[in-house]
Design a protein around this ligand. Structure first.
Ligand code: DOR
Ligand code: ZN
Ligand code: ZN
Length: 421
């Protein structure tokens, strides 16, 4: 198969080229030749990115298949341009043992769309009491550990988890939230929490656990990853730690770099997410963090919910945004169009860097690499419409928003797994 006449995003530059794929791998990146042929895909006007990688996704399977399942989540992933995703363990039963890890891998294989890497829980049942079967999960194919949805409350247990995980070559992905500080809050604490009367969550609820995880990582000399950073102060903590040589990586999400807490003024539960979207100061600091490398990558934190979980009073609504199908366009629009990030830099944030965080293969368009490609029309403007989502989760605060960048093809191991019709 040959993808012809495309703008190809290489590590440090853009080239107009044909990309030839053989046996699931990239066989050549060559000057544009004659057009046509049975296996040719005309990519004139399109841009080829290394397959996008999302290391923070909730697939809800097993247990909450009403919200999403591995097949519907895979469809959403490839429609969003993702060739690899990692799924969080807050399922039912919790992904805290090799049986659930094996189940997810088997169902992912059946879906046969994108590559799916399970993330195991840190503690049994995510209860924060006893370490989960870490070695067995690693053996079954878990690529990382996380207690996502909450933090491990006991710092000593978290330290043990990091030590144990590192013995197995696994990293802990930390959802940072002190439950005594967030204390039932539902939005960022500030002007709009006061205006609406909704209970606020102060930045420190996130920051103190970011600081704790950084202290543990530094003290134990073990790499750690900070999930969905939402505060300017969190960016500062991570930047300072990196300057001291702490082995820390971090992600932020599309909603934190595109929205502020103003979105909750009309009580839109689709904007209820944990951690909450914060203020302009935070949003700008996160973009700067992405620019200077303090924040390594973007993850969607795809958190699909059924409408019954969102169509309730704000206090009762579930936290989360269905993000796989909007992540690429939101980030392209915000970072490249509005903030002049280069295409290679943007591609690194969405592909090479998330791969590096977890040591996954992929992230580069190079001869010999797996032919995982995301092919998009960057000039196409479109309007987010949740009714058109293939995810079961239609919960998005971006409905009606105009964005640039439409995924046309998603190619995994040389096979077209998504083609826009
Ligand atoms: O908004 C969120 N949704 N934050 C989390 O930490 C969990 C996630 C979920 O599982 O719905
Ligand atoms: Zn989380
Ligand atoms: Zn999450």
């Amino acid at each position: 198969m040959i993808f012809q006449n495309a703008d190809v995003v290489l590590k440090d530059r853009l080239v107009r080229a044909d990309v030839t794929v053989e046996g699931g791998r990239i066989a050549a990146i060559s000057p544009c030749g004659e057009r046509g042929g049975a296996d040719a895909v005309d990519c004139t006007g399109l841009t080829i990115f290394p397959g996008l990688i999302d290391i923070h996704v909730h697939l809800r399977d097993p247990g909450f298949e009403k919200k999403e399942d591995i097949l519907s989540g895979s469809r959403a992933a490839v429609k969003g341009g993702f060739t690899q995703i990692c799924c969080m363990p807050n399922t039912t039963p919790v992904t805290d043992n090799k049986v659930v890890v094996t189940y997810i891998k088997a169902k992912a294989k059946e879906a046969d769309l994108c590559k799916i890497h399970p993330i195991g829980a840190i503690t049994e049942g995510q209860k924060g009491e006893t370490l989960a079967a870490i070695g067995a999960m690693k053996q079954a194919g878990a690529v990382a550990l996380s207690e996502d949805g909450k933090s491990v409350r006991n710092a000593k247990l978290m330290a043990n988890a990091m030590l144990y995980a590192s013995d197995f070559g696994l990293k802990c992905l930390c959802h940072c939230e002190d439950p005594d500080l967030s204390d039932g809050g539902v939005v960022h604490e500030g002007y709009y929490s006061t205006l609406t009367g909704l209970k606020g969550i102060i930045r420190a609820a996130e920051d103190v656990i970011i600081a704790r995880e950084l202290c543990l990582a530094e003290s134990l000399s073990i790499p750690v990853h900070i999930c969905h950073v939402s505060t300017y102060s969190g960016v500062g903590l991570i930047r300072a730690a990196k300057e001291r040589g702490v082995k820390v990586t971090a992600e932020t999400c599309p909603h934190y770099i595109t929205l502020t807490d103003e979105v909750i003024k009309d009580f839109d539960t689709n904007a209820k997410v944990n951690p909450p979207v914060r203020e302009e100061r935070d949003r700008l600091a996160l973009i700067e963090g992405l620019r200077d490398g303090t924040i390594d990558c973007i993850a969607s934190d795809h958190a699909p919910h059924h409408r019954d979980d969102k169509n309730v009073e704000f206090d009762l609504a579930a936290f989360g945004i269905s993000g796989l199908e909007t992540s690429f366009a939101l980030c392209y629009t915000e970072l490249v169009k509005k903030n002049a990030f280069s295409l290679p830099k943007f591609a690194a944030l969405m592909s090479a860097n998330p791969a590096a965080v977890l040591g996954l293969e992929g992230g580069e368009i190079a001869v010999g690499a797996a032919a995982d490609l995301t092919i998009a029309d960057l000039n196409e403007k479109w309007t987010v419409d949740p009714a058109a989502f293939v995810s079961k989760g239609k919960n998005t605060p971006f409905a009606g928003m105009e964005v640039y960048g439409k995924v046309k093809y998603t190619v995994v191991d040389g096979q077209i797994k998504y083609e826009e019709k």
